[in-house]
Design a protein around this ligand. Structure first.
Ligand SMILES: [Zn+2]
Ligand SMILES: [Zn+2]
Length: 219
């Protein structure tokens, strides 16, 4: 499994633009899925091109929740590549695309799940990476605890990547092998300090590879 952060509030690589929003390419289980689309299509495409990601190679878009910093690039993306879009059930459907609306927790592809829409707003993606489940959050508006509880129905959660918003119940993420607090995470430095062994800095351009023996490859 490979996660490439394309769009983030900060940049991990100098040649990528930082902008408030989140998007990542998830390569797992033979699928290439775009998780959220950032706020602006032009920045999304510029960063993709710097990362040598061809937008046409992406097979599906997974939208965590209908806030503009996650969906702003969607219409531009669909104009170039009109793939299926997986959205939380109460989200407005994008025009000109096949849509899968997710209410209840479910498998989307073998080993790739949605927590279902939580708190009436947001779904998280859960990927069976082999050594454990990895959870991808947009903003984590429902709360990290609620998201981890929902993800746990699919197995043991080992990794957490994405925006964690105001999350501060730090005991809840104790024991995770991989934490990448990105985007809107308010207590990022506190999380990085407390969990320095398992934390990876986010930012546009960060690539996280999760392999067989080594869960977290600090590339
Ligand atoms: Zn949000
Ligand atoms: Zn956000």
């Amino acid at each position: 499994m490979k996660v490439t952060i394309i769009y983030d509030n900060t940049s991990f690589r100098e040649d990528l633009k930082a902008d408030w929003g989140f998007s990542a390419l998830i390569e797992a289980r033979g699928k290439r899925i775009l998780f959220d689309t950032g706020a602006r299509g032009d920045i999304l495409f510029d960063n993709m091109s710097a990362l040598a990601i061809d937008p046409r190679s992406i097979e599906e878009v997974f939208i965590s929740h209908p806030h503009a910093d996650h969906t702003g690039g969607l219409s531009d993306f669909l104009r170039i590549n009109p793939v299926r879009v997986v959205i939380p059930i109460s989200s407005p459907a994008p025009k000109g695309a096949e849509v899968l609306r997710v209410g209840e927790p479910r498998e989307i592809h073998p080993g790739i799940y949605s927590t279902g829409e939580l708190a009436g707003i947001e779904q998280s993606m859960v990927v069976d990476s082999g050594p454990g489940l990895v959870v991808l959050c947009g903003c984590a508006h429902p709360g990290v605890g609620v998201i981890l509880d929902a993800a746990s129905q699919f197995g043991e959660v080992k990794g957490l990547i994405g925006g964690l918003h105001g999350f501060s119940a730090f005991d809840r993420i104790k024991g995770l092998d991989l934490i990448c607090p990105a985007h809107c995470t308010a207590h990022r430095s506190e999380i990085m300090r407390r969990f320095s062994e398992s934390c990876l800095e986010g930012g546009a351009g960060r690539v996280i590879e999760i392999g067989k023996g080594i869960f977290c490859n600090r590339s």
